[in-house]
Write a protein that binds this ligand. Structure first.
Ligand SMILES: NC(=O)c1ccc[n+]([C@@H]2O[C@H](COP(=O)([O-])OP(=O)(O)OC[C@H]3O[C@@H](n4cnc5c(N)ncnc54)[C@H](OP(=O)(O)O)[C@@H]3O)[C@@H](O)[C@H]2O)c1
Length: 301
């Protein structure tokens, strides 16, 4: 735990992600030795700049790990039927073991029916209701959504096992806060925490968050969590990635998290930076899910 005038330790997401990616690479080699090359397809509809960056990063990470990757870029005006046809083709494609449709989708596309259409065996995002259900009941072979799974790996591999700890999470989205609350509550390795899931209707939010030995912020509001909402000595995980204008930088913006990093560092015992904290884990866990999918489809334990 933290002394009175010590600044928090920085939890290094890049290091942990590199470790996982190395393990994935090894697994890919094993699968290839068994005659199977894992394949991941990523579908991007439109030209949202942030989505385009994420898709490029995913494809590059696949290549580095020896995973075959295919990026399918569709115009922004793509219709529901056209996108469904692409999903159907990928469902039937033997070279593809995992696939995802990058979110958000343009308004003419109904996101939910696309999510439901992806073959659950290839659903490496873990968003299909079948996989959400399997995760909920603690099926160890279920796909775990990449960002919450990444938060747990980051904690475990940095020496902060959540077992027996009070964890406060702010943000209850279906892709981060809610599944993270489930995973941390499970009776399994990386779980066994006592979890509070807070949101925009939580009264006296700072007092609730201050109960956490581990605090996770996933709301999408720049530097929202201040030092007063953090228990002294807590471990703080910042999932937020927010662009804020900064004319002093080349791009005209910089990335900040949902946590006021400087002041919270004075109170917490450990904290994730943004960038370089949770973000790299999301891609590493996607690759892991691709291995799970390949093993499942190829029948290789
Ligand atoms: N590092 C990564 O790889 C990664 C991956 C995914 C997301 N992210 C980032 O994580 C952040 C959250 O993403 P998301 O997709 O989970 O967001 P989201 O779907 O917009 O959900 C935001 C959640 O935060 C809650 N919230 C918003 N403002 C609040 C406030 N002032 N006080 C209390 N709760 C508040 C909302 O509460 P209500 O439900 O009550 O409205 C909602 O549950 C974003 O910055 C996003 O970019 C990062």
């Amino acid at each position: 735990m933290k002394g009175s005038n010590k600044v928090a330790d920085v939890i290094d997401g890049k290091r942990v992600a590199a470790e996982i990616r190395q393990e994935v690479k090894q697994e890919v080699e094993d699968l290839r030795a068994n005659g199977v090359t894992p394949g991941l397809a990523v579908v991007l509809v439109g030209d949202n700049p942030a989505s385009a960056v994420y898709v490029r990063m995913k494809a590059k990470a696949c290549e580095e790990a020896g995973i075959y990757s295919r990026v399918i870029r569709l115009p922004v005006e793509t219709g529901q039927g056209e996108l469904e046809a692409v999903v159907d083709e990928l469902n039937a494609d033997g070279a593809i073991h995992g696939m995802l449709v990058q979110l958000p989708l343009p308004p003419q596309i109904e996101e939910r029916s696309i999510t439901w259409r992806i073959d659950p065996a290839k659903d490496v995002d873990g968003f299909h209701p079948m996989n959400v259900g399997r995760m909920m009941i603690g099926d160890p072979l279920a796909f775990r959504p990449a960002t919450p799974a990444g938060v747990i790996e980051l904690l475990m591999r940095s020496g902060y096992d959540p077992s027996g700890k009070r964890v406060t999470i702010v943000g209850r989205s279906n892709i981060v806060g809610k599944p993270l609350s489930v995973l941390l509550s499970q009776k399994m390795k990386g779980g066994n925490a006592t979890v509070t899931l807070a949101h925009s209707r939580t009264p006296d939010l700072p007092a609730v968050l201050r109960e956490g030995d581990i605090l996770v912020a996933a709301i999408g509001v720049p530097e929202f969590v201040k030092a007063g909402a953090v228990k002294p000595g807590a471990v703080v995980i910042d999932v937020g990635v927010n662009r804020v204008d900064d004319p002093g930088t080349e791009k005209g913006y910089r990335l900040v998290g949902d946590v006021a990093y400087e002041e919270v560092s004075q109170v917490a015992s450990a904290i994730t930076p943004v960038p370089g904290g949770v973000g790299p884990l999301t891609i590493a866990m996607l690759l892991k899910n691709c291995i799970v999918a390949t093993r499942g489809i190829a029948g290789i334990a």
